[in-house]
Design a protein around this ligand. Sequence first.
Ligand code: ADP
Length: 170
Amino acid sequence: MKSKRVELLKGDITTLKVDAIVNAANSSLLGGGGVDGAIHMAAGPDLLNECRDLNGCSTGQAKITRGYNLQAGHIIHTVGPVWYGGYKDEPEQLASCYQASLKLAKENKLKTIAFPGISTGIYGFPKDLAAVIAVNETKRFISRNSYPEKVIFVAYDDEGYEIYRKLLNQ
Ligand code: ADP
């Protein structure tokens, strides 16, 4: 069923004016490639200083920082699983990323949160399966909680956009 609390956008997540954007971080939380690099670049060097004090993050978990130079007030850093063929609990770990990120949004009373496709770049998680997990976990969470009020999935390309569009229109 379509939900007014779930939206789909295509583009660069670092430009969004939301209460939190989610970062597909690595376990060091000290920056990397892909969306992680773009977020650190846009947020500025104070982000790295705050991240240094967080002592990293385990796969499937999430930690929150300020947004610094971003329009977004906060960044929720979550560490997605590397795809090893699906035999290492990757789907459960990816589901945990969405749960942990949404829980942090709730605890911090954040109204709007935007997710990139966690693990679907360098970490190699199949995009279709990742989107099913993202949408299912999000719908389950918001059906039980009033925060976050709105969740935005941010696709970076046409392929990703189409995958989410089909799922969200069901
Ligand atoms: P991971 O290491 O978790 O796979 P990546 O950053 O390599 O993380 O990719 C995660 C997803 O984010 C990919 O689908 C990629 O296309 C997308 N992406 C990369 N840069 C941006 C951006 N600036 N805004 C939104 N999505 C992005």
